[in-house]
Design a protein around this ligand. Structure first.
Ligand SMILES: [Mg+2]
Ligand SMILES: [Zn+2]
Length: 185
């Protein structure tokens, strides 16, 4: 199965401040291991992440590459691998097609894997934007309570995403436990 992950607040700690360097990039406990466990169970992993800090000149694409090198090395050290990272470097005012909740990043991922649709894919995020992109893009939407997730969950109760069936887990590790458990879901 193809599993698409948001980055900030799903894989790494995120408190609402921009993460501008590899030194500031810290994995959520258990998340790197969860990615590796998913890989070892035969799933493919892609990341779809909004990184408007590039357009805002808070960090460069080289800095972003360094963060992703750090992530990839940590996952590889656990025996996993990340197949593809799609990121949006644009500012919201740029009105690009890739910034979530739009689906340009999901389209890039779909094309990378030569898929006709993302009907069989799962997308895991901590923000409403992720869930909306997942729903529009035809993926199954999973919310985790790390990062923005608790706020997102609260607002989702008050204002559900029409037609979306969102499943919620405490974190990426708990989602992984559920997916990998026998007949788990
Ligand atoms: Mg996020
Ligand atoms: Zn974009």
């Amino acid at each position: 199965m193809l599993i698409i992950l948001d980055r900030d607040g799903v894989i790494n700690e995120y408190d609402g401040n921009y993460i501008c360097s590899a030194d500031e990039w810290h994995p959520i406990p258990g998340s790197v291991e969860a990615v590796a466990r998913l890989c070892n169970a035969g799933h493919r992993i892609a990341i779809a992440t909004n990184q408007s800090g590039i357009a805002r000149s808070y960090f460069s694409s080289d800095d972003l590459d360094a963060m992703h090198d750090k992530l990839e090395h940590l996952v590889e050290a656990q025996g996993g691998c990340i197949d593809f990272i799609a990121y949006c470097p644009h500012h919201p005012d740029d009105h690009c097609r890739c910034r979530k909740p739009l689906t340009g990043l999901l389209d890039q991922i779909r094309q990378h894997f030569h898929l006709a649709s993302l009907g069989g894919a799962i997308m895991v995020g901590d923000s409403r934007k992720d869930l909306e992109a997942a729903h529009t893009g035809g993926c199954r939407a999973i919310l985790v309570r790390t990062g923005n997730g608790q706020d997102t969950e609260r607002h989702l109760d008050a204002r559900p995403i029409p037609g979306a069936n969102v499943t919620i887990y405490d974190d990426l590790s708990k989602f992984t436990d559920a997916l990998l458990s026998a007949g788990g879901w």
